[in-house]
Design a protein around this ligand. Structure first.
Ligand SMILES: [Ca+2]
Length: 100
């Protein structure tokens, strides 16, 4: 917990120490083929170039069913575009993580 506090503090104060004014924008929905992506509650997103094509893909954990979605990015990182997803699998079946 202490490491998290230090990280958040440094992340928030670093721009001020560097003389940069942080700029924030409102939230933006991420679409999958024109439809907002919705995994219910407690979605856990991260961006990672899964297929190593130079564009970051969306890896999205979902609390419901405990599965992990992979959306391959069809666009550039500045304007990501997604068209469907697959679940992470192992041994021929979807990986399911316990919850609760
Ligand atoms: Ca990629």
């Amino acid at each position: 917990m202490q490491k998290l506090f230090v990280f958040v503090t440094v992340a928030l104060l670093a721009p001020l120490a560097l003389g940069v004014t942080p700029r924030f924008a409102g939230p933006e929905l991420i679409n999958d083929n024109g439809t907002p992506i919705d995994v219910g509650y407690y979605g856990a997103p991260t961006m990672y170039d899964w297929n190593q094509d130079g564009a970051k893909d969306l890896v999205l954990g979902q609390f419901d069913q405990g599965k992990i979605r992979l959306y391959l990015n069809q666009g550039p990182d500045t304007a990501p575009a997604f068209n469907g997803y697959s679940f992470f699998q192992s041994g021929g079946g979807d990986i399911v993580l316990p919850s609760g």
